[in-house]
Design a protein around this ligand. Structure first.
Ligand SMILES: [Zn+2]
Length: 142
């Protein structure tokens, strides 16, 4: 059974009169929900996923449960993110740091976000950073 869950960053525009707000839509084969109260849309899809988690309602909570139960992927703004990538973000609220580490996840010592241990980069200093921070840092040094 495939049931693709999708999140789309969305600009909501009133058809009549003025009015424009930012937020997201989240939907699958069985339902949909939306939030139109975001101040801005993050560039990073996974940061958007974190915002969606912060704005969960009954419908999106059920969709997130479905993802966790099936370890399925999610489509965000047209990109597909596999379970391995989204697991650290989805599980963060319910697991302690020790439990996260026990499930092969690590917290980036630069941005403080959780990632799969396979996506860690060990710096010369001995710190573990996420791939994104490692990339950004190298760009600054170049
Ligand atoms: Zn990082």
């Amino acid at each position: 059974m495939s049931n693709q869950i999708t999140i789309e960053a969305t600009k909501f525009v009133n058809v009549k009169g003025d009015g424009e707000t930012l937020g997201f839509r989240m939907y699958d084969d069985y339902g949909q929900t939306y939030c139109n109260t975001l101040e801005s849309i993050p560039d990073d899809d996974l940061d958007l996923l974190r915002l969606v988690l912060d704005n969960t309602d009954d419908i999106s909570a059920a969709m997130f449960e479905h993802i966790k139960d099936n370890e399925s992927d999610i489509c965000i703004n047209g990109e597909y993110y596999g379970w391995k990538t989204i697991k650290p973000i989805l599980c963060q609220d319910e697991l302690t740091d020790e439990e996260m580490v026990a499930k092969d996840m690590f917290k980036c010592e630069h941005c403080g976000k959780w990632f799969d241990i396979e996506d860690s980069v060990k710096l010369n200093s001995g710190e573990y950073w996420c791939v994104e921070c490692d990339k950004t840092q190298k760009r600054i040094e170049d």
